[in-house]
Design a protein. Structure first.
Lengths: 76, 76, 76, 76, 76, 76, 76
């Protein structure tokens, strides 16, 4: 295993990531920091909504144990 | 990782933060203290409600494992 | 962090506190003791009910991992 | 904290206690033993029911992590 | 505490026990072994059903963290 | 306790076992390996379905903390 | 136990795997890395949907404690 699972986070610092939580809530924001529990801090975070505009949260700390998946957002 | 996830809390001591719990309850209050389990103490805490006035709680201790996300409230 | 999260409990020994559990049950009683797992013992505990009189429990031990939040009840 | 949370159990050995589980099931019985995980053993245990007679279980071991609260039953 | 909670299991080896799981499923069988996580192995295990005949499972290993309560079945 | 709970798995390597998960899903397959967390690997695994044919999965790794019970399938 | 449960992952690096999460969501992608918590990173990941086209996610990190089962996809 030449690459650890957290490498995906290390290489996403400063970039947009997508996060899905247990229960289905989804967030997008710029990854500012993370730790080994998968707690993450996002800047300019937005909560995506089924219908309508995303809700803006600014800076948020998401607890790792609420997270189901994390995905880097491709730069367009 | 030059900045830990808890820095966001350290720099919010004495300031308003927003907290969302598992199940969707939301609180706002002045961060008085926290620990590494993400247990937090809020002063002048209010529980936000879908409809109507927030419910005032005063000083509250919220268990870390109930917390989904924490966000500093921008000073206006 | 000059003050730990548990200070709120240490300074509430002998005083009324309010406790909300996962699932929404709420209790009130005089804090007799607590430990680092947030297990707490209340004297003269009452279970608050949506409609009607609180249910009296006397002395109760509540497991910490059932607790969402704890709040000292202001002395009136 | 001159008294630990488990003191309430130590002083209830041989006496009736009331136990409420996650999900709301309730039991009553004579406390025979307990451990630091809050696993408890009850003698002459009964499961209380909303309607009708309690269900008799005899000797039971209840896992601590199923327990929400424990209360000594006052001697009448 | 002169007797540990697991004593009830130690003295039930080879005897019928009743087990209730989270979610309410119930099993009965002869206790073959257990460990400190409360994982248990039953022989001639049956799953009790609200209506109708028990379902026969033979030998089963039940994970401790699925278990709510265990009770020795009195010899008749 | 002359026999540990995991003995039932050790002696089932290469044989058919039945596995029930939290939520009720059921699988059957040949036990290839397991570990102390009760993570298990099944070969020629099938997911049993209430109605109709089992769904074939081939080789699967099931996380231990999803498992409720494991039972060796008697050789017929 | 000549083969550990994680061997199935080690030998799947670079190959397609299928992952089912708690709650029933299903993903497919090329396994890039994993760790001992069963956190996994998938490349070219797709989320399978009951009806219609899979949703493309690209690179994703899935938290181990959300995972129920993992299965290598046979090469066709």
């Amino acid at each position: 295993m030449s690459e650890t699972t957290l490498t995906i986070l290390a290489s996403s610092i400063g970039n947009q990531i997508f996060v899905r939580l247990k229960g289905g809530k989804e967030f997008r924001g710029r990854l500012k920091s993370y730790d080994q529990h998968l707690n993450i801090v996002l800047e300019d975070a937005e909560e995506l909504r089924q219908n309508g505009e995303p809700k803006k949260h600014g800076l948020i700390l998401i607890r790792g144990d609420s997270i189901v998946l994390i995905s880097p957002v491709p730069k367009s």
